[in-house]
Design a protein around this ligand. Structure first.
Ligand code: ATP
Ligand code: MG
Length: 430
């Protein structure tokens, strides 16, 4: 009997995990520059937290949730996205309190779970890197946060990306648009997909997000939400556009974009990749927007918010598609060659001592012959190779070779134990 990983999941093996680490480290440094701090929330939440926030009629909640009842009969779900759990944590931990900075800026890098049909860039367990800002209604917050996402891709060397924005308006604008949309769709009720028929009165904006072919003609001819913005929403959107221009960030406006989650208002955005290698398909690699009412919805005080989530699997596909090499650390400072079983203990002590001085070190554990050990040292690109045989053990010395120059000398073991940092500097600088 042999086992396989669940469908739609991946083992991220050494050799690939360092790509992930590079991406993660790049994000941590950049997000620090923007003064975002990391948050980590549980992998599962009460079902209600997600269904209330993301919306019952969305695909995520109605079709894609991993939900279950635990032994205490609690209705739980593996989180499908990051914003709702963080909004829950924001309210529960009273992060709106006076002791916290305003706006409150936080980021996460965590696995998410959606029951979807697996394909390239679509997994059942996938990873999102996301950021949230709580407490600012300033359009500069929208723009700064979008700019951070763009800067992240740029820093990784990704070129073929496109920022697409839209406004969903505030509650008042949305109500006016909702009616206009129903008026537009109702005469075609019979031609709509089954799903859109259900959504038409419950949540007509969802129809615009439909991937069903039958709905496309009516999505294309739908009235534009941008014609229904009230003065305040119009002003907000205009300012966002103007600020993007001031920062010379290219963008396009797509008035049919609604996003797959219900909590958004005003600015929404997606970053798309048309990298060669995605097979000509344009793929969303990052998405987000403003959600000024979610915190209240979850029982907190009135708190405007803005955030995004980006898929890391899709990011890695994009990096590959654009032929971006990720630097992989592939050298070690010292390889210790131990010859003969008698040297086993001393070799262990030597690598430990070298590491205690802050250097990387490795040794043989398989009792291999000298030649095989030197081969390992070469393979690991060791800068120095320290060789200890039984004769050296007697005299408490070792041979050390600087691999780049081929220079060799004899070293007192005492020096390795007491001042290896100086020994290393001297050898490597010569
Ligand atoms: P799509 O329309 O492709 O299903 P979505 O609208 O469901 O995307 P969001 O909920 O906005 O996506 O999630 C933000 C980002 O997370 C997406 O842009 C994508 O990069 C990534 N993502 C979403 N679902 C998956 C998945 N199943 N596997 C891998 N990445 C995903
Ligand atoms: Mg989806």
């Amino acid at each position: 009997m042999s086992y396989q990983r669940p469908k739609g999941t991946a083992d991220i093996l050494p050799g690939v995990s360092n790509k992930w680490q590079f991406v993660e480290e790049t994000a941590r440094l950049l997000f620090h520059d923007y003064q975002f701090d990391e948050i980590r929330t549980p992998i599962f939440e009460h079902h209600e937290v997600i269904s209330r926030s993301v919306g019952d009629t969305t695909d995520i909640v109605s079709k894609e949730m991993y939900e279950f009842y635990d032994k205490g009969n609690r209705h739980l779900t593996l989180r499908p996205e990051g914003t709702a759990p963080i909004a829950r944590a924001f309210v529960e931990n009273k992060l709106f309190g006076p002791e916290f900075s305003k706006p409150y800026k936080t980021y996460y890098m965590e696995p998410m779970f959606r029951y979807e049909r697996p394909q390239a860039g679509r997994m059942r367990q996938f990873h999102q890197l996301g950021a949230e800002v709580f407490g600012s209604k300033n359009p500069a917050t929208d723009v700064e946060t979008m700019a951070m996402a763009m800067a992240f891709y740029e820093q990784l060397g990704i070129k073929h990306i496109k920022l697409v924005i839209n406004s969903l308006g505030d509650k008042e604008s949305r109500a006016a648009y909702r009616q206009a949309l129903i008026d537009h769709l109702e005469p075609h009720f019979d031609e709509l997909s089954r799903e859109s028929q259900i959504r038409l009165h419950k949540n007509p904006l969802r129809v615009l997000d439909s991937k069903e072919k039958a709905d496309q003609p009516f999505v294309e001819t739908a009235p534009s939400i941008l014609d229904y913005l009230n003065e305040e929403s119009q002003q907000h959107f205009d300012t966002v556009c103007q600020m993007l221009e001031e920062l010379t960030i290219d963008y396009t406006i797509d008035h049919t974009m609604v996003r797959g989650l219900d909590y958004y208002n005003d600015t929404i955005f997606e970053i798309m990749s048309n990298a060669p290698g995605f097979g000509g398909a344009i793929t969303t690699i990052c998405a987000g927007g403003r959600y000024d009412h979610l915190i209240e919805e979850l029982g907190g005080p009135e708190t405007p918010a803005f955030g995004f989530g980006m898929g890391l699997e899709r990011l890695l596909i994009t990096l590959e598609a654009e032929n971006i090499e990720i630097p992989v650390p592939n050298t070690i400072d010292v390889y210790v060659v131990g010859l003969g079983e008698e040297t086993n203990v001393e070799t262990l002590k030597l690598v430990q001592s070298i590491r205690s001085f802050g250097f990387s070190a490795d040794r043989d554990f398989m009792n291999r012959k000298a030649k095989a050990q030197f081969k390992s040292a070469n393979k690991e690109n060791a800068r120095l190779v320290l060789t200890l045989g039984t004769a050296e053990l007697e005299t408490k010395t070792a041979n050390i070779k600087v691999m780049q120059t081929g220079k060799e000398e004899t070293l007192h073991l005492e020096d390795v134990y007491e001042k290896f940092d100086q020994v290393y500097d001297k050898l490597v600088s010569e």
